[in-house]
Design a protein around this ligand. Sequence first.
Ligand SMILES: [Zn+2]
Length: 427
Amino acid sequence: MIKEIKIYKGDIIFCASPDKFTTLENGYIITENNKIKKTVCELPSEYSDCEILDFSGNLIIPGFVDIHLHAPQFENLGLGYDNELLPWLENYTFPEEAKFSDTEYAKIIYSKFIKALYTHGTTRSVVFSSLHLESTEILADLFLESGLGAYVGKVNMDRNSPEFLTENYEKSLEETEYFIKKYNSPDSLVKPIITPRFVPTCTPELMEGLSKLSEKYNIPVQSHLSENLSEIEWVKELHKEIGSYAKVYDHYKMFGDRPTIMAHCIHNTSDEIKLMQEKGVFVAHCPTSNFNLSSGIAPVRKFLDSSVKVGIGTDIAGGHTVSMPETIVAAIHASKMYNVYVDRSFHSLSISEAFFLATKGGGEFFGKVGSFEKDYEFDALIVNDTELNGNSRKNLQDRLEKYIYFGTKEDIKKVFVSGKEINRNRF
Ligand SMILES: [Zn+2]
C-alpha cells in the first residue's frame, strides 16, 4: 500500500485525557493515510521533503462529536420551550416529524441540517431520523455525500404515538433490517444504528425484534433514558414487572450488549449508574435540551467518578442549537449549578473536561476519533481566532477557552474528516 503522508502545521491543542490540554505552539501533525502518526514540535528531517499544509497562527483542534441529535427536528430549533417533554413531543415534535413522509421535504431539511453541522465544526454525529424509511435513506446518502461521519438511525415506534406516526411492528422491523443491510459497511463513514425512540413508544414485540437485529448484524443502539420525571413514572406503569427504566433496555439486551448511547440520564438510580458502568453504556449529556424542557441537570461528575462513558449531545430540537461550543458552555454551566444547588461535593466541569467530552469522550463511540494521538483519524478544525484575541498574546489554552465561549462558526476556516477536507459549499 502506498503511504500518503500529509503534514499540518499550526497551533495544536487537544485533550488526550480530561484533566489537561496537550498544546503545541507552531507544531506539526504528521498523518499517514489519513491517520495520525505523530504530533511534534519540531519536524523530523525525514519529512523535510513532504508537503506541509501551513496553518501557522491558526488553532488546529479536533472536530466536534455530537452523540445525540434529531435531524427531522431541525426546523423546530427554538420552538415550544414553555412545554416539558411529553406535551412538547405531542405538540411540536411529532407534527414536524410527520412531514418526513414527504421525501422532497426531507431532502430540503436534511441538506440544511448537514450544512449546519459542518458549518459549526461538527465532524461526527449520532443521529435519530424519523420512522420513515425513504427519508432516512436520504439522510444517510446526504451524509455520505458530505464526507461527515455519522451513525444514522431509522426511528422505531409502534405504540403511544399519534396515529400518523405509529408503525406496525413487523413493517418497522423489516424496514430497519433493509436499512441496516444497505448501509452496514465497515469502511463507511456513515453507519446504521438501532433506534427505538424510547420505551413508552415501543411494544415488547418491537423491542425483541430490534434486539435480534442488533445481535444478528452487530449494530449499536441508541435511545433515551430518564429524561423527565413524568416519563419515568410512565415507564414504571408500562413495565411494572421489570423495575427500572434502564433495566427495560437491559431486559431486551439493548443496554451495552453492543455499543450503546443513552441520551440524558438525568434521574437515574445508583443501581442504574452501576449497570451503565458495568456494561460500558455511553451517556449523551444534553444540557441545552435539559434546560429548555425543564428536565433537570444530569449528574455528570457522578458519571465520571463512576467511570461511566460520557459524550455531549445537542439534542436538537430539545436543544436550540447545533453548536457544540455553545453546548460545551452549557455543560459547564449545568455542572456549576449542580455544584451550587444540588451537591457541593461534585465539582463543576473544567474547560478541559468539557472539551474532552465533546471530542475524545464522544469520539470513542466511533473508534479512534476526537484526539490527535497516534493512530487517531485526522478529524480537525482550523480556527482563525485572530479577531477574538485582538492585540493581546495568549497561551493556547486561553485562546481555546476564548473561542469556545466567544467564538462563532465564522472563525472555522476548514473542516477535515478522516484526513479529507469537507467542501463547505456542497449544500
Ligand atoms: Zn433526543
